[in-house]
Design a protein around this ligand. Structure first.
Ligand code: ADP
Ligand code: MG
Length: 353
């Protein structure tokens, strides 16, 4: 893998990076506060490294129109689009349509294909598919918006309430963990209103928070098992990945929250995590690069929480650090992602003229 990644680094490509229009990074971060840079850290890391590798890179901000995307592709003819877009017109459920548009234009792009994006975005469809494949994930029930809330008897408290489609821990807090029917009802209503989406209720899994990176289109490679350590947060609060736990640097420092290569997992659990991560990516048709989130109970039982297509790619986040630990430098990782994007066998390539 390293030899080919190196060869790919050498070849200069025309790369069109697409991202939310508010996340187009400036050329330099000199004098900017860390808090400001953190907003578009991934975009900045990717663009600076691709440029330093000698590629011809352009950034295009996208919000609610595809007009300039279309004209840029037609006029500039990029070799590949580096897709860092996570929503369209403010709606995360629409991100896969933009990738479908790239497919319709026969434009190679990095990251996941539209079908994988759509399936993994929808946590309910994800769980239904995992269940078909007998891949363990927490028992669950769905509470559609606008329907009467009937609490099912088959689920055991504590229960965890989240949005069926939002990501980035939107709407996730200590109050997501419910111990009785009345708090459950309240939190379901909260998700219906605040997230404007259906609510997914799962049995709460007490255990370690584990992430597994996967790289590939057909042949899938897994990265070293990574863990979010909650530090002192566990005194009094339940160890769950809220927004602050994930991204608030001061909060992390205060509570001793950090991530690292998972220590002291039994070999059998490690092997099972690698295997499950690959099976999950296949079940959900994920391609390019992905990260699967798990909880691992003290007795060694593994539960899949969700799969993230196109996970955060900043140099200091889980995915790139796990790759680095596996001997894949950030530059080599980006090169690999580019070549997977350019090599993806889209329908128009397989069946086309
Ligand atoms: N069933 C569950 N049991 C325990 N913790 C959970 C459960 N579901 C979610 N969590 C916690 O909430 C976090 C976010 O949930 P997740 O399903 O990964 O959504 P998101 O897309 O917002 O990351 C997880 O990382 C985990 O800490
Ligand atoms: Mg998650």
């Amino acid at each position: 893998m390293h030899a080919t990644a190196h060869a790919e680094l050498m070849k200069k490509q025309k790369i069109l990076m697409i991202m939310h229009e508010s996340l187009v990074p400036p050329d330099s971060i000199d004098g900017l506060a860390q808090r400001v840079v953190d907003e578009w850290r991934t975009e900045y890391d990717v663009v600076t490294h691709l440029k330093a590798a000698g590629h011809d890179v352009r950034c295009l901000g996208v919000y609610d129109s595809l007009t300039s995307l279309k004209s840029t592709i037609q006029e500039w003819r990029p070799d590949v689009v580096f897709n860092l877009l996570e929503e369209f017109d403010g709606l995360v459920e629409q991100d896969h349509h933009v990738v479908s548009f790239l497919e319709l234009m026969r434009q190679p792009y990095t990251g996941c294909n539209p079908r994988g994006l759509m399936l993994s975005r929808d946590k309910v469809l994800t769980k239904q598919l995992l269940s078909y494949h007998r891949i363990p994930s927490p028992k669950f029930a769905i509470f559609p918006r606008g329907k009467r809330i009937q609490v099912p008897a088959k689920l055991r408290y504590p229960l965890f309430v989240k949005s069926a489609t939002d990501d980035a821990s939107l709407g996730i807090a200590q109050a997501s963990i419910c111990h009785d029917a009345s708090s459950l009802r309240q939190r379901i209503e909260f998700v219906h209103e605040q997230n404007s989406s259906d609510a997914l209720v799962e049995e709460y899994i007490e255990g370690r928070e584990i992430y597994v990176g996967v790289l590939g289109n057909d042949r899938l490679t897994t990265l070293p098992i990574w863990e979010l350590k909650f530090g002192l947060l566990s005194d009094g609060r339940a160890p769950i990945a809220t927004r602050r736990v994930k991204w608030d640097r001061r909060y992390q420092a205060r509570h001793g929250i950090f991530t690292e290569a998972a220590q002291d997992l039994p070999d059998s659990v490690i092997a099972e995590l690698h295997r499950l991560a690959r099976r999950i990516c296949r079940a959900l048709h994920l391609t390019g690069y992905a990260r699967v989130d798990f909880r691992v109970r003290r007795d060694g039982r593994i539960f899949a929480l969700e799969a993230n297509a196109n996970p955060i790619l900043s140099q200091e986040e889980v995915y790139a650090r796990a790759a680095q630990t596996a001997g894949l430098s950030y530059d080599a990782l980006l090169a690999r992602i580019l070549s997977l994007g350019m090599g993806y066998q889209a329908t128009w390539r397989v069946g086309g003229d």
